[in-house]
Design a protein around this ligand. Structure first.
Ligand code: COA
Length: 243
């Protein structure tokens, strides 16, 4: 009988590599990737890419856990939904050198990367990414498929709506409410509430014009670095009614 702990990872990209590294460091013994770019993409470094999402749905009983490693918030949301509706055992991953308060709540499908801190009574939804050295302080409420990029600091009691992306090195003042599908640019300082669907930047943060030049591929497994594939195309961020 095979007693190895087997994890399926959907999304064979740079982000997938970081996720696989964390999974290996936290006791997952066998990792198998799936990606809709299969069979063109059949390997990721030394890992096998075994098939598409449809094939993973068929293979679910082969795995002890499933993780969606897709940086693009809206696509991650859709794929998570498909897997959950088929009964996949969605797991969370926390790097051994991240700090997550036992009083915080982390939704299924979330990943907390090296050096990140999540403090007491923070409440994170499904599929949230807290990237390297980012902090999420006490009583924060992060909706499903939010991404807090490397080095961003979210102060206490902040609300972040689903599918929003807090860019690298951004800071968010305590008590602020950020809407759904918001993009906060790298290095921004958010000092006031933000409505849904806005792209913000600067110190203090003000609305920026969204630019198609910044759009990332909606390919789930592009070759961009671990944190580069993300929500820039507002047209892809369709609202969804998962509770
Ligand atoms: C804000 C952001 C999403 C805008 O991307 P974009 O739509 O491609 O915008 P562009 O690069 O075309 O820039 C449009 C304008 O906004 C300005 N701008 C872009 N990013 C900005 C930022 N972070 N802060 C302030 N201004 C910014 C540009 O200077 C430009 O101004 P101009 O029209 O006066 O020349 C992007 O620049 C950004 O900051 N992304 C976050 C990156 C990140 O955190 N990566 C980590 C991933 S894990």
């Amino acid at each position: 009988m095979n007693n190895r702990r087997r994890l399926a990872i959907l999304g064979a990209s740079g982000h997938g590599k970081v996720v696989a590294d964390i999974a290996t460091q936290t006791g997952w013994q066998e990792l198998v990737f799936y990606d809709d770019a299969w069979p063109d993409r059949c390997r990721l470094e030394h890992w096998e890419v075994r098939g598409t999402l449809a094939m993973l749905l068929h293979d679910l009983s082969d795995y002890d856990g499933v993780f969606v490693a897709i940086g693009h918030n809206a696509i991650r949301d859709v794929k998570l939904d498909a897997l959950m509706s088929h009964g996949a055992r969605i797991v969370s991953l926390v790097h051994p050198r991240a700090i997550v308060s036992p009083l915080a709540r982390l939704g299924a499908g979330s990943v907390v990367m090296p050096g990140a801190v999540i403090n007491a009574f923070a409440n994170l939804g499904l599929g949230v990414i807290v990237n390297s050295a980012a902090t999420v302080d006490h009583d924060c409420r992060l909706g499903d498929c939010v991404h807090v990029a490397p080095g961003a600091n979210v102060a206490g009691d902040v609300e972040v709506g689903r599918l929003s992306w807090i860019g690298a090195g951004a800071v968010v003042r305590q008590g602020v409410a950020i809407g759904t599908s918001v993009v906060v640019g790298a290095g921004a300082a958010v000092v006031a509430d933000i409505d849904d669907d806005l792209v913000m930047g600067g110190v203090p943060a003000r609305p920026l014009m969204p630019s198609s030049s910044g759009s990332d591929s909606d390919d789930q497994g592009d070759d961009t670095p671990p944190c580069a594939s993300n929500v820039l195309r507002l047209d892809l961020m369709s609202p969804k009614g998962r509770s």
